[in-house]
Write a protein that binds this ligand. Structure first.
Ligand SMILES: *[C@@H]1O[C@H](CO)[C@@H](O)[C@H](O)[C@H]1NC(C)=O
Ligand SMILES: *[C@@H]1O[C@H](CO)[C@@H](O)[C@H](O)[C@H]1NC(C)=O
Ligand SMILES: *[C@@H]1O[C@H](CO)[C@@H](O)[C@H](O)[C@H]1NC(C)=O
Ligand SMILES: *[C@@H]1O[C@H](CO)[C@@H](O)[C@H](O)[C@H]1NC(C)=O
Ligand SMILES: *[C@@H]1O[C@H](CO)[C@@H](O)[C@H](O)[C@H]1NC(C)=O
Ligand SMILES: *[C@@H]1O[C@H](CO)[C@@H](O)[C@H](O)[C@H]1NC(C)=O
Ligand SMILES: *[C@@H]1O[C@H](CO)[C@@H](O)[C@H](O)[C@H]1NC(C)=O
Ligand SMILES: *[C@@H]1O[C@H](CO)[C@@H](O)[C@H](O)[C@H]1NC(C)=O
Length: 581
């Protein structure tokens, strides 16, 4: 494959270098087919957004219902605890494997029989021990994968037993549609998932609770017992109705589950699960699930969910899933999507944040403000340095109409195309999931480049950039420029909405960790469960719900509902007693 090494280079972030080596770009003329145009002309391809005739306009905002930013961000967030706690309702279903030798843990209620049917396992023992319930002791099983385990991952806080959307995607597989009234119906859900997966030799389903878990379909297939031991444990007060104080030993167990979850907070998340993004199914894919566009209309992102999907769309999702699950091996273009997306986040997250900080300055001293504006301009220029074509002709100030930044459009264009122009060569080899990813990357970089180039060009025209001097009459109105910039960057960053920007400020002390309110600890008390609100007569559901509620200790579980439940905000919590969630 001619482009293989180039693609590898692109993924590693040597994009500009690779491009230059392969296609020296002659930018001294305004017209004429350039290599970037030539390779981007894939006639009629539904996902090919770039074309020769495209206008690189700075006033072209992404459509209100665009989802490229959401696909980009949710894919960047896969298997990470932090972003999936922030936005609980998952939209992605992704196939993957758990490599040979990986350990899985299972705590029991006192029995030391290997489960004969599907059951839950944890990636970290701190999580499974939570379920080793007993009077001062408990049984704990450790398994190891004896071959790569084939799994399907549901993103979001997908093991949170909530009716507000965390379980919607898996319910489509289990029951054909989201069934919010059955959020606690875990036994039936796992049985249905495993029954469905049998045909495709799926070993388990990965979900996120307070930490990641694997719903393992068969405890004697592809795994062997490392140990099954009787441990001394703090007494589990959930079994004895003794929950009174926050100092209680149960809280150690509870906290340590959250603690182990926090180890997987940030990129790359839990790398013991290796995802195959060429099989990604996103419910933010408007071609796959167009019925959700109107469901989402006017909602905040945290309220996006899959409930409300049409039955045609559910069937389409299932057809895609069946196709993907039946594939013998990962296929596709060979592009490392995970790394490509990370490269873009790395490159811009920090600089945008720094620029936003610089623009936040308010001062009555004009000189101080001007100094601040020049620092911000320098940051914008640094972001765009690989695209600042020497041929750029800056017009003199005062000669410009309404689209006064248009002279900078070759920079905008190069900024957008650099990361993906070579990969578009591989479109004929791409799986449909990869076309979706390509579009998400292009949409996202396009908006970043549009806004940053426009901001930079505004700064140039205001005489703030020493490398691009312009003739001006009089001093620039720095306050006005700063105000415009502040709005631009604010809008861009909230459109991107990357969770890397959500952190505890100031940073937490050594006895603390940064935390977002999570299920079940901070969830509103499930007063209406069981029986289920929509199915009060359904005793099967009610009994299942009660069984499960007992298993996790809810509603006996001492929840501490918080006000920020609807929109979790980062805060420091103690890692030591006395805890405070
Ligand atoms: C670059 O393009 C300009 C204008 O189209 C042309 O005059 C020049 O010869 C080209 N240079 C190279 C190295 O191709
Ligand atoms: C998005 O909204 C615009 C304007 O409301 C509409 O024309 C377009 O069809 C919508 N896109 C999709 C994918 O529904
Ligand atoms: C443990 O769970 C099994 C299966 O649900 C049940 O049969 C058994 O009675 C339970 N044992 C204890 C000690 O709760
Ligand atoms: C728990 O174990 C202790 C010590 O063995 C015993 O005294 C106590 O009665 C037990 N409590 C329950 C509820 O079984
Ligand atoms: C579980 O796997 C074992 C070993 O592969 C197999 O013998 C057994 O039939 C499986 N159990 C079920 C319920 O499929
Ligand atoms: C919990 O422990 C702390 C210090 O160990 C103590 O100050 C506090 O009073 C205890 N709280 C309760 C409710 O027992
Ligand atoms: C901007 O400044 C305000 C007031 O000092 C502060 O509360 C806020 O966190 C700052 N925002 C950023 C993005 O730095
Ligand atoms: C009750 O739940 C069971 C599955 O647990 C389902 O098969 C049945 O259709 C439900 N009944 C009603 C009346 O919803």
């Amino acid at each position: 494959m001619r482009c293989q090494s180039l693609v590898a280079a692109l993924s590693l972030g040597s994009a500009a270098l690779a491009l230059h080596d392969q296609f020296p770009i002659n930018t001294s003329g305004e017209t004429g087919a350039r290599p970037l145009d030539v390779i981007n002309s894939n006639p009629g391809h539904p996902y090919s957004v770039s074309s020769n005739s495209e206008q690189w306009r700075f006033d072209e905002y992404p459509p209100e219902n665009a989802t490229g930013n959401l696909i980009f961000d949710t894919v960047h967030s896969l298997l990470q605890h932090w972003p999936n706690t922030r936005y609980r309702n998952g939209h992605n279903i992704v196939p993957g494997v758990i490599p040979i030798g990986t350990l899985l843990y299972h705590g029991t209620n006192g029995s030391h029989m290997i489960p004969s049917g599907p059951e839950w396992t944890a990636m970290d023992p701190e999580h499974s021990i939570f379920f080793s319930r007993g009077n001062g002791s408990g049984w704990h099983l450790t398994l190891a994968a004896t071959r790569p385990l084939k799994v399907l991952y549901f993103d979001g806080n997908s093991a949170a037993k909530l009716s507000e959307g965390t379980m919607d995607t898996q319910d489509i597989i289990a029951w054909g549609e989201p069934r919010p009234e059955r959020s606690f119906d875990e036994r039936d859900r796992i049985d249905h998932l495993c029954t469905w997966g049998k045909e495709f030799r799926i070993d388990g389903f990965v979900r996120m609770e307070m930490s990641l878990e694997v719903m393992l379909c068969n405890f004697t297939a592809g795994v062997e017992v490392v140990s099954f031991v009787h441990l001394t444990l703090p007494r589990d007060d959930r079994s004895f109705h003794l929950l009174t104080s926050l100092n209680h030993t149960t809280w150690i167990r509870t906290f340590e589950v959250l603690h182990s979850g926090s180890w997987h907070n940030r990129y790359p998340g839990d790398s013991r699960i290796v995802l195959d993004l060429t099989g990604l199914i996103s419910l933010y894919d408007t071609a796959l699930a167009s019925s959700l566009i109107s469901v989402r209309a006017g909602l905040e992102r945290i309220d996006h969910r899959v409930f409300g999907i049409s039955s045609q769309d559910s069937s389409r999702v299932m057809r895609r899933l069946t196709e993907i699950a039946s594939r013998p091996d990962p296929a596709g273009s060979g592009t490392d999507w995970k790394t490509l997306i990370r490269v873009i986040v790395d490159r811009y997250a920090d600089r945008l944040e720094l620029t936003q900080y610089l623009l936040n300055a308010t001062s009555s001293d004009p000189q101080e403000l001007l100094g601040r504006a020049k620092l911000a301009q320098a940051q914008l220029r640094v972001m765009l340095t690989p695209y600042l074509l020497h041929s750029t002709a800056v017009p003199s100030a005062g000669t410009l109409g309404i689209y006064s930044s248009q002279w900078a459009s070759p920079i905008f264009r190069l900024c957008v195309r650099t990361h993906t122009s070579q990969i578009t060569n591989l479109i004929p080899l791409m799986m449909s999931s990869e076309l979706l990813l390509l579009k998400a990357v292009e949409d996202t970089t396009r908006e970043i480049c549009r806004v940053t180039t426009k901001m930079w060009a505004d700064g140039v025209m205001s005489g703030l950039d020493t490398l691009f001097p312009v003739e001006r009459n009089g001093e620039p109105d720095v306050t006005q420029i700063m105000n415009g910039w502040r709005q631009d960057i604010q809008k861009l960053m909230s459109w991107l909405d990357w969770s890397v920007w959500i952190k505890c400020q100031p940073a937490c002390g050594p006895e603390e960790m940064c935390y977002l309110s999570t299920w079940p600890i901070n969830a509103p008390r499930p007063d209406s469960l069981p029986p289920s609100p929509q199915n009060p007569q359904n005793l099967t559901n009610a009994r299942e719900a009660q069984n499960f509620a007992n298993r996790v200790g809810q509603p006996k579980y001492p929840t501490m509902p918080t006000e920020d439940w609807g929109k979790p905000q980062p805060r420091c919590i103690r890692r030591l007693q006395p805890y405070g969630f």
